[in-house]
Write a protein that binds this ligand. Sequence first.
Ligand SMILES: NC(=O)c1ccc[n+]([C@@H]2O[C@H](COP(=O)([O-])OP(=O)(O)OC[C@H]3O[C@@H](n4cnc5c(N)ncnc54)[C@H](O)[C@@H]3O)[C@@H](O)[C@H]2O)c1
Length: 330
Amino acid sequence: MTPAMKDPDKPVGVGFIGAGDVSILHAKAIERCPGARLVGLWNRTTERAEQRAEEFGCRRFETPEALVADEEVDAVFVLTNLESHLDYTRMALEAKKPVLVEKPVAASVDEVAEMQRLAEAAGVACMPGHNYIYEESLRRSSELIAEGELGRLVSVYVMYNIHHPEEIANRYPGVVRQILTHHSYILMFLAGRVRRVSAMKATLHYEEYTEEDIAMAVLELDNGALAHFCASFAADDHAADPWTVVVKAIGTAGSTRYSYRDWVEVKPGIAHSQTYTAYQASITNEVRHFIDVCVNEGGVPLSTLDDAMHAQRLIEAIETAIAEGRTVDL
Ligand SMILES: NC(=O)c1ccc[n+]([C@@H]2O[C@H](COP(=O)([O-])OP(=O)(O)OC[C@H]3O[C@@H](n4cnc5c(N)ncnc54)[C@H](O)[C@@H]3O)[C@@H](O)[C@H]2O)c1
């Protein structure tokens, strides 16, 4: 039965491929999404799979093939490491199941293009896990900019300063791929595409891990505005009005701001020293959009695979700018 034929009163059954840290946020999001229920999960290591299946109260599948083939699973979340996203996305799309794939969507532009081809052939959604832009305040900023209410856009700042211990950071690529991917799709969503970039990176607090823990970029947009990116796992910002995660857009006739620090719970987050409510909320909103709009109504994500391709091009341009110490045209 295809998702379009499914009983509209029955929640969409979701299966997780991968049950690491981010699956905890997605499981909570599904709990908060009336149109969805978590059917089950598969994880490469059985011990982790058993633990999470018990925590989430769902089934454990023996293989990813069994998960995508199961008739209770209407949609698949790909929550494994970057390098394996394409393989599992392909497996789910070939079973004609819509996919939400975590960011960075893939390791190269060609891999994202392949996902797009597979989704078109299957006739189902493949949505990038570009969670931040599902926050109401960023959607409002995007509308204000698009409608010209801020006048001529002058600058956009996307700042991220959240300390990550080395043992967590070394499960990920450096902050260019892991964090500047968020900055890239946020900037595109607010202000359009980038035409030029320069960037630098450093490794400041790891003892052994050699990837960068801080990176900054300066960008020029197609519309002439400039943007600044900072992504740091090296230190938290403890000063007043901290730049933990801040997105600021400044125009000649107005400005907007989004900040993680508007909602703080004094208890440790999964990888953070405290809980930033907006992190979970952005994933909850993203999951609701995927289920309600993309799966049930055949609608489109706020950030598409086409945007994921441009984001990947931008990440690769930032890597070239860093490696060659120059400004790179896109
Ligand atoms: N949207 C966000 O804000 C956000 C936050 C954290 C992580 N993520 C993304 O989510 C994904 C998972 O991150 P995480 O924090 O859960 O990491 P994690 O290390 O906690 O979990 C990753 C899981 O993937 C599995 N895995 C790794 N390589 C695999 C392979 N080749 N085949 C099958 N399974 C494999 C591991 O066994 C593990 O269970 C990554 O793509 C990451 O970038 C997104």
